[in-house]
Design a protein around this ligand. Structure first.
Ligand SMILES: [Zn+2]
Length: 235
């Protein structure tokens, strides 16, 4: 029985190791997709800044064309001003020119604002381009590292699985079935040890008479609290 208990403990330890390797392996695609997403976000920010910059340049061009047409209109008004005959005509025209000046001044303000925004955007684009470059490199390196780790995990898993196969071939088939059944229903842990006088699986305190049974080598004890196989190991 002592050998069986040792086998069970070894099997549980091996399965814990395998579970942790599998969990790490399974987390890799998620990590890769996070990297891809991060790169997409940086790319998107850069594209948005570039797009805004293009739209702004177009808007500025439109404003400048409008400003030019205002200048032409103003010149026409001024020529007309020299030819007016009545005071009323003169005043009406003067009024038009004042409105035109106001409109022109607004246009100039808008052009200036667009110019300032363009400069800020140019800085932002440069910044985002540098970020994209750095992020692309970081993602590339992390992907290489993840691929290498994935390969390493495959190799380690193959070794552990092989070790497990050899181990279970020495274990009684019914006991193995029992082990697998408990493991499946208890979050991967079928075998636990006594830790500080309690079950290492559910922390239930073990009464003295049960402890006596645990210390005997002629039987396997199941924890009454959690149903796991509990083994006493001299500490
Ligand atoms: Zn327990």
């Amino acid at each position: 029985m002592k050998a069986t208990k040792e086998l069970l403990l070894k099997l549980q330890q091996l399965d814990d190791e395998i579970d942790s390797l599998v969990a790490e392996q399974e987390a890799i695609p998620e990590k890769k997709s996070e990297l891809k997403q991060s790169l997409e976000e940086v790319t998107k920010r850069l594209e948005q800044a570039k797009q805004e910059s293009v739209e702004l340049a177009k808007r500025r061009k439109d404003l400048e064309i409008e400003l030019e047409s205002m200048d032409e209109k103003k010149m026409r008004f001024q020529t007309q001003l020299l030819q007016v005959k009545t005071n009323r005509e003169y005043e009406a025209l003067q009024h038009e020119i004042t409105a035109l000046e106001e409109h022109k001044s607004n246009l100039e303000d808008e052009i200036l604002e667009a110019l300032e925004r363009s400069e800020i955007l140019a800085g932002k684009i440069k910044e985002e381009e540098a970020k994209l470059k750095a992020e692309t490199e970081r993602v590339r390196q992390t992907e290489v590292a993840l691929d290498a780790r994935s390969k390493e995990l495959d190799d380690m898993l193959a070794i552990k699985q092989d070790e497990r196969m050899r181990l279970v071939s020495n274990l009684d088939a019914i006991l193995l079935k029992r082990y697998e059944r408990i493991r499946a229903s208890k979050g991967g842990t079928a075998v636990t040890t006594v830790v500080n006088g309690a079950c290492g699986g559910c922390f239930r305190r073990i009464p003295p008479h049960e402890m006596q049974n645990l210390k005997r080598d002629d039987r396997l004890i199941t924890c009454e609290g959690c149903g796991r196989i509990i083994i006493w190991k001299p500490e």
